[in-house]
Design a protein around this ligand. Structure first.
Ligand code: ADP
Ligand code: MG
Length: 389
């Protein structure tokens, strides 16, 4: 197992000097457009983000939302159409990629096929004109960190996908970058390997306490496992940014509510609001809901205003139809998923939505059967109606 763990040896990092008070990474109103005229795509619009030294931020969003474009603008692989990118206070917008001192790991590994593992890992050091004897020790250190010390002389084609990705990470680490960018580094691996590599990346993150990391993924499990903060991207824009816990418990937008973990968004009308808690009417019922202060740019929850009640599938309960306060619902689908059975229900007093419910275990439900549905207490958290997915 030794080679599947990130070694704890040789972990100390020498980072570039950081200008006091400047974030390790700064995107300042960055816009990127591809093409011209009618073919123009706005891939990134007015993107602002600060990442502190030692912080890991995940860019999470669906395919095509602009995640890689943001990463590439920082790495220097694409040129921003507007705005600036800064590293430790230094404006690097015009610098070529190799002179930015950033470590980059891509989904496709992008190892040089004709070079040995050692030469691949040494590549950035040679480009920096590092002395030969220092290259040897730095290559050894970087390979040790990803558990690949024994593979110096191998060619990439003699390695498995997971091993190639480890070498790609070692190559990025060899220059001891203050900033490490990873673009869907696990996406090409099979599910089991993805899990073990994710655990290794967690160890790697701990081993690099001063390194700022930007981690692009469309997989919320990866973002939750690794990130100190998550940026949710949609349609070329930053939708929300916060800790995973805050985004999960109090999603500022319906997009984030649905994208992070899946959520039922039930249309409701707000009644009385008292310090973070609201009475809301959902279909035929009036229930309590958490009412966090709405995100900037949205109005307060005024009495009579429309909102969405975010209820997670696992929080709902199937009960007898005779139970007081239960909604009457019909089972449209029941799919066993292992730990839970996912039901899709149509609810009598909520004609416009289908409601997902996760019941524990393998519970057979007949399609077409009528059940009672009970909301938790509080029933959920209010989310603004804007920015529906
Ligand atoms: P993500 O990484 O979130 O999947 P991307 O940043 O790769 O998204 O892409 C954002 C948008 O920009 C998409 O609409 C994509 O088709 C477009 N795009 C990306 N790269 C290019 C390119 N080199 N030329 C033209 N359009 C591109
Ligand atoms: Mg991408």
């Amino acid at each position: 197992m030794a080679d599947t763990r990130v070694s704890q040896a040789g972990l100390r990092q020498r980072s570039a000097p950081v200008e006091p008070g400047s974030p390790a990474i700064l995107f300042d109103r960055v816009g990127v457009s591809y093409g011209r005229g009618r073919k123009q795509t706005h891939a990134l619009i007015d993107f602002n983000l600060r990442v502190a030294a030692g912080e890991t931020v995940a860019l999470l969003g669906p395919s095509g939302s602009g995640k890689s474009t943001a990463l590439n603008a920082l790495a220097g692989f694409v040129r921003p159409t507007s705005g600036r990118v800064r590293l430790a206070g230094r404006d690097v917008t015009e610098l070529p990629p190799a002179r930015r001192g950033i470590g980059v790991v891509l989904q496709s590994y992008a190892l040089f096929p004709h070079m040995t593992v050692a030469d691949n890992v040494a590549f950035g050091l040679r480009a920096q004109k590092t002395p030969r004897n220092e290259i040897t020790s730095r290559v050894a250190e970087a390979l040790d960190m990803v558990g690949m010390s024994g593979y110096l002389k191998r060619l990439p084609r003699e390695l498995s996908g997971g091993q190639q990705q480890r070498v790609a990470i070692a190559r990025a680490l060899a220059i001891r970058p203050a900033v490490l960018l990873l673009d869907e580094p696990l996406a090409a691996l099979d599910a089991a390997l993805r899990q073990s590599m994710l655990a290794e990346l967690q160890l790697l993150k701990e081993a690099l306490p001063d390194t700022a990391m930007l981690y692009v993924t469309h997989d919320q499990a990866e973002a939750l496992a690794l990130a100190d903060r998550i940026v949710v991207m949609n349609d070329a824009r930053l939708m929300d940014v916060d800790t995973a816990e805050n985004l999960w418990k109090r999603p500022p937008t319906s997009f984030t509510a649905a994208f992070l973990g899946g959520a039922n968004l039930l249309p409701c009308t707000v009644g009385r609001v008292i310090s973070g808690s609201a009475l809301v009417t959902v279909g035929s019922r009036t229930v309590n809901a958490d009412a966090p202060a709405p995100a900037l740019g949205h109005d307060d929850w005024g009495p009579g205003s429309a909102a969405l009640l975010c209820v997670r599938p696992h929080a709902l309960q199937i009960v007898s139809t005779r139970e007081k306060d239960a909604f009457t619902a019909t089972v449209n689908a029941a799919v066993w998923r292992g730990a839970v059975t996912r039901l899709v229900l149509s609810v009598q007093s909520l004609p416009d939505v289908l409601v997902d419910v996760d019941v524990p275990g393998h519970t057979p439900f007949e399609v077409g059967s009528v059940v009672g549905l009970r909301l938790p207490e509080p029933a959920g958290v209010l989310v603004s109606t804007g920015n529906a997915p």
